[in-house]
Design a protein around this ligand. Structure first.
Ligand code: 0PR
Length: 385
């Protein structure tokens, strides 16, 4: 996308100059460690993830027999993630993130059913739109309730519009991007005709909900759920790029297999060829280092910070749109775009919700209480000018 034409240099750059240049560009980036990024779903990778990533930097699971160790770690990670999501023996793999996982899930569903229509809540992440366009599927968006979750009555109406055989899949979200809501997955599953794949996008919520006293059912404990997206590079504290696609069984993957005769494995099941696999090691490392207990502590702190900011914003006259379910807070505000810009000028990066208008905060582990205190002070000053 860069319009600038820069010719490749004839002679290489010496190391000192190279480092200086790299640091120049590094300084141009924002960094999580400063605590000023309040609207991102990614965070500083955990130090063990960072170290493991560097150790496995050349691994490529596109050719798994050369990387037996990395392949073993991937198997363990998928197993652990499956069990976290209520499934004893999951199939799946690590891929580049939620977008690739959602696209692959809908690709599998289309192949399995031969259908074209996809029902999904209007709160679904735009990667679902990408999948629909790419796979030439037909969208059937479903309205949200007053609590901003998929309206199951409207889903039933949508389902009456097409014969069951023409449905490719249903999508539900567990931890929506804008408001952090969790769809009623068991009710959605009961409303679907038998045999329709139900994909749950827990790209963000997958590493949050299991560590909260959350009572709703959103994962493979619901029989109808056939696949899930869970991203280690969001609340899993792993390195980018790491997403995970989980499936009930390996059989479904065979539908998208292509032969890869000259590689060490006869078939390929992933969209990507060469796969960025250092993130597999990073995910293995951070999951084993933190364990359920460690993630529990991380999530608890994020939730405390979410409630703290919510109270602060409410005191300033901007109450939440919904009581935060996870560590995503949307504070109702008339002109989120204008405020977002002014905050950026003041060095704060928040995000926005358009409908209903709100400033959106994601309280990730890099955001500490002191950052929020500073933010609230700056925000108060800003709205008074
Ligand atoms: N599903 C859900 C529920 C998501 O929230 C996201 C991304 C995806 C799928 C897609 O995941 P990948 O981006 O890994 O493919 N949600 C964030 C968003 O779009 C991604 C993000 C992360 C954006 C960090 C900005 C940022 O700084 O807001």
């Amino acid at each position: 996308m860069v319009g600038l034409v820069v010719e490749m240099r004839e002679k290489g750059m010496g190391l000192p100059e190279l480092v200086e240049e790299l640091l120049k560009y590094h300084r141009m980036d924002e960094h999580f460690s400063k605590g000023r990024i309040l609207g991102s779903m990614c965070t500083e990778p955990h130090p063990v993830a960072r170290a493991a990533h560097m150790l496995f930097i050349e691994a490529n699971l596109g050719n798994p027999r050369l990387y037996r160790g990395t392949a073993s770690m991937e198997k363990e990670v998928i197993g652990d993630l499956g069990r976290l999501m209520g499934l004893d023996e999951p199939a799946g793999y690590i891929l580049s993130g939620g977008t690739e996982a959602n696209i692959t899930a809908l690709y599998l569903a289309k192949k399995k059913t031969g259908g074209r229509y996809v029902v999904y809540p209007k709160s679904a992440h735009f990667s679902i739109q990408k999948a629909i366009k790419l796979l030439d599927l037909k969208p059937l968006p479903v309205e949200l309730t007053e609590e901003y979750v998929m309206d199951v009555d409207h889903l039933r109406k949508r389902l009456e519009e097409v014969s069951p055989g023409r449905l490719a899949a249903a999508v539900a979200v567990a931890g929506s991007t804008e408001l952090g809501t969790v769809d009623p997955v068991d009710e959605i599953s009961s409303a679907l005709p038998p045999g329709v794949p139900l994909h749950v996008d827990a790209a963000f919520g997958g590493f949050v909900l299991p560590f909260l006293p959350f009572r709703g059912k959103y994962n493979f404990e619901v029989d109808g759920v056939t696949s899930m997206t869970v991203d280690p590079h969001k609340m899993g504290l792993s390195t980018i790029p790491s997403g995970a696609l989980l499936l009930r069984g390996f059989e479904d993957f065979k539908r998208i297999a292509v032969s890869s005769p000259y590689l060490t494995e006869p078939f390929a099941y992933t969209l990507a060829g060469t796969r960025a696999s250092a993130a597999v090691a990073a995910t293995w490392a951070v999951m084993n280092h933190l364990g359920r207990e460690g993630y529990g502590r991380v999530v608890e702190e994020c939730m405390e910070n979410t409630r703290f900011l919510d109270r602060g914003m409410t005191e300033l006259g901007f109450p939440h749109i919904i009581e935060p379910v996870i560590n995503v807070l949307a504070s109702g505000i008339a002109d989120p775009e204008g405020l977002q810009r002014r905050l950026e000028d003041a060095g704060w990066y928040v995000s926005k919700v358009c409908k209903p208008p709100a400033l959106r905060f994601v309280l990730m582990p890099h955001v500490k209480r002191r950052h929020l205190e500073e933010f609230l002070k700056d925000f108060e000053a800003l709205i008074q000018t």
